[in-house]
Design a protein around this ligand. Structure first.
Ligand code: 13P
Ligand code: SF4
Length: 320
C-alpha cells in the first residue's frame, strides 16, 4: 500500500513528554533555544529567549552555549551560524524560509548593485547568506532608521529586499532610497478596507503595525515598529484595545504581558484571518525535539561565504 506523504507518520512521539525531553536535551547538550515571536506559543514558552530579529542576533552573538537551536526561519539560523562558526546551529525544519529572502536571489541582487555603482547597500536581515555577503550593512526593522541616519547624506542608498519597509524608512528619514521590489506574503495580505471596517467597530482600539505592511495599512497605524516595539508599546500604553497588523504569534506575548487588554489580529481581504507565516509555523514541538535528539538539520556554510556575510552583520551590530 502506498501511504500518501501527508499521512506518513515516520515515528510516533505521542508517548513522550516533549517539554521534559527538550529540557533534558538542552541540559545535556549545553544548548540555548532562541525563538522568534512568530513561533507557536508552546515553543515560545520553553525558549530561553524570545525576541525580534535584532535581539535574536545579539543573543546569538553573545551566547556561551555549545549548541544554538533556532526556533525561527532559515535566514535567522544562518545569521547565528555566521556569528558562531564553531557552534552547532540547528533549525527544526530547513524548509522554513521567507518570501523576502526567496524573492531576492543573489545573482539578481548583484546585478542590482552593479546598476548603481558607488551606492551603499543596506539590506534587511530577511535575506540569504549569499545576499548578506554582497551587502555593505545589514539592518532589521528595529535599527534600520538609526543605521540610515548614520550614512553621509551625499551617499546614495540601495535598500533590499522589503519595499514596504523601504518606503516607510524614506518617509521617516527623508532620504531617497532605491528599493528592491520585494514583500512579505503575510504582511502584504492585510487589507486597508477591512482594517477601516474593523476600526469602525472598535473605535477605541489603537492600531499597531509592522513596517513590512503596505503603506495603505501603515497610514492607519498609531504605532509602527518591530515585533518587540509593538509588544513594548502595547505594554506601556494605557489603551485597553489594540488591532495588531503583524504575524499573529506575537499575540501570545502581548496577552501574557497584559491579560487585561484585548488584542485583535488585523484582517486580510474579505476579513480572512490569514496572519500566520507558513514558514515560521513549519516548526513544531515534535521537530524541535527531533532536531535536538538527532543533532540535525544543521546549518552549514562555506567559510569564504561566511566571512563575507559576517562583515555587514558586524557593521549592523556596531551601528545599532
Ligand atoms: P522583527 O521581529 O525583527 O520585527 O521581524 C519580523 C519578521 O518578519 C521576521 O521574519
Ligand atoms: Fe518572512 Fe514574512 Fe514569514 Fe517574516 S513573516 S519570515 S518576513 S514570510
Amino acid at each position: 500500500m502506498i501511504v500518501p506523504a501527508q499521512n506518513a507518520n515516520p515515528e510516533s512521539l505521542a508517548h513522550l513528554d516533549l517539554e521534559e525531553e527538550i529540557a533534558r536535551l538542552k541540559r545535556e547538550m549545553n544548548a540555548v533555544i532562541l525563538a522568534h515571536y512568530y513561533q507557536e506559543s508552546e515553543i515560545q514558552d520553553l525558549a530561553d529567549f524570545v525576541g525580534d530579529s535584532l535581539q535574536l542576533s545579539q543573543q546569538a552573538a553573545s551566547t556561551k552555549a555549545d549548541v544554538i537551536v533556532f526556533a525561527g526561519v532559515l535566514f535567522m539560523a544562518e545569521t547565528a551560524k555566521i556569528l558562531n562558526p564553531s557552534k552547532l546551529v540547528l533549525l527544526p525544519d530547513l524548509n522554513a524560509g521567507c518570501s523576502l529572502a526567496d524573492g531576492c536571489p543573489a545573482a539578481q541582487f548583484q546585478a542590482f548593485r552593479e546598476r548603481h555603482p558607488g551606492s551603499v547597500a543596506i539590506t534587511y536581515i530577511n535575506c540569504s547568506a549569499e545576499v548578506k555577503a554582497l551587502s555593505d550593512i545589514i539592518c532589521t526593522s528595529s535599527n534600520a532608521e538609526k543605521i540610515i541616519r548614520q550614512i553621509p547624506p551625499e551617499k546614495h542608498i540601495l535598500f533590499a529586499p522589503d519595499q514596504h519597509l523601504g518606503r516607510f524608512l524614506m518617509k521617516k528619514t527623508g532620504r531617497e532610497l532605491t528599493l528592491w521590489p520585494g514583500s512579505c506574503i503575510v504582511h502584504e495580505m492585510f487589507s486597508e478596507k477591512s482594517l477601516v471596517q474593523l476600526k469602525e467597530r472598535h473605535p477605541k482600539a489603537l492600531v499597531l503595525a509592522h513596517p513590512e505592511c503596505p503603506e495603505a495599512v501603515l497610514r492607519h497605524a498609531d504605532y509602527v515598529g518591530s515585533t518587540t516595539g509593538i509588544l513594548t508599546f502595547a505594554t506601556h500604553n494605557p489603551a485597553l484595545e489594540f488591532i495588531v497588523a503583524t504575524e499573529s504569534g506575537i499575540l501570545h506575548q502581548m496577552i501574557k504581558a497584559c491579560p487585561e487588554k484585548t488584542f485583535i489580529s488585523a484582517p486580510g481581504e474579505g476579513g480572512c484571518s490569514c496572519s500566520e507565516c507558513p514558514h515560521m509555523k513549519l516548526n513544531t514541538m515534535e521537530k524541535l525535539y527531533l532536531c535536538m535528539r538527532d543533532r540535525k538539520p544543521e546549518i552549514m556554510l562555506e567559510e569564504g561565504l561566511r566571512q563575507r556575510a559576517l562583515k555587514p552583520i558586524l557593521r549592523m551590530l556596531e551601528m545599532s
